[in-house]
Design a protein around this ligand. Structure first.
Ligand code: C5P
Length: 217
């Protein structure tokens, strides 16, 4: 990378199971950048709250877990449980929880060479000046189908109808909350993965980032 080139910060946002994680991971690999899936932070808080027998609606309990969170100590399998995903979107709506996780995310985004982050508010709140922003989406049905297959592969007993209902509920909560709602930043490029293979989505994402880099060169 040329020393004169600005840090490459790539913000990837989108709803649950849109493919944003796969796209973001692929971009991080391609550009040799560190990657943070910010959803794991909210899932880790949710898991901590549930494990302590507390209610995810309890903002103070969730804030305490968030303030003490060490993401390295979180069980990566347990946080993928559908109940933890649903609770994550409840704890994520509490402003003190978001405030407690802000610093970790902004520091990650400000690493010298750049970074790739995915979530719901990366392009709007965490890295509003990121030179490359993508908003990855797909129809609720396509997203439910993907998440359903992931759960089945992990041996979890779920139904397609249940997964779709969970996704719609989570979309409504994430987009409807007051604090840093799921939203496409004005300068984010839309990538609809409904009819794309993983490879085609990865190619499209790289083209979007290259075009963004050309603009700031
Ligand atoms: O991306 P993932 O589905 O793992 O995220 C779990 C939940 O965490 C989301 O439904 C959302 O409520 C919350 N989240 C958030 N902001 C982020 C990332 C995730 O509010 N940047």
């Amino acid at each position: 990378m040329s020393p004169l080139r600005p840090p490459l910060v790539i913000a990837v946002d989108g709803p649950a199971a849109s493919g944003k994680g796969t796209v973001a991971e692929g971009l991080a690999r391609h550009y040799g950048l560190p990657y943070l899936d910010t959803g794991t932070l909210y899932r880790a808080v949710a898991l901590g709250v549930l494990s302590a027998g507390r209610d995810p609606d309890d903002a103070e309990a969730a804030r305490r877990v968030a303030r003490l969170l060490d993401p390295r100590l979180t069980d990566p399998v347990a946080i993928r449980d559908p109940d933890v995903g649903a609770a994550a979107s409840v704890v994520a709506a509490h402003p003190p929880v978001r405030a407690a996780l802000l610093d970790l995310q902004t520091r990650f985004a400000q690493q010298p060479g750049g970074a790739v982050l995915d979530g719901r508010d990366i392009g709007t709140v965490i890295a509003p000046r990121a030179p490359a922003k993508l908003f990855v989406t797909a129809t609720p049905e396509a997203r439910a189908d993907r998440r359903f297959r992931q759960h089945l592969a992990a041996g979890r007993a779920v139904t397609l109808e249940g997964v779709l209902a969970d996704i719609l509920e989570r979309d409504a909560r994430d987009a409807g909350r007051g604090a840093a709602p799921l939203a496409r930043a004005d300068d984010a490029v839309l990538l609809d993965t409904t009819h794309l293979t993983i490879e085609a989505a990865a190619d499209a994402a790289r083209r979007i980032v290259e075009a963004a880099r050309d603009r700031v060169r």
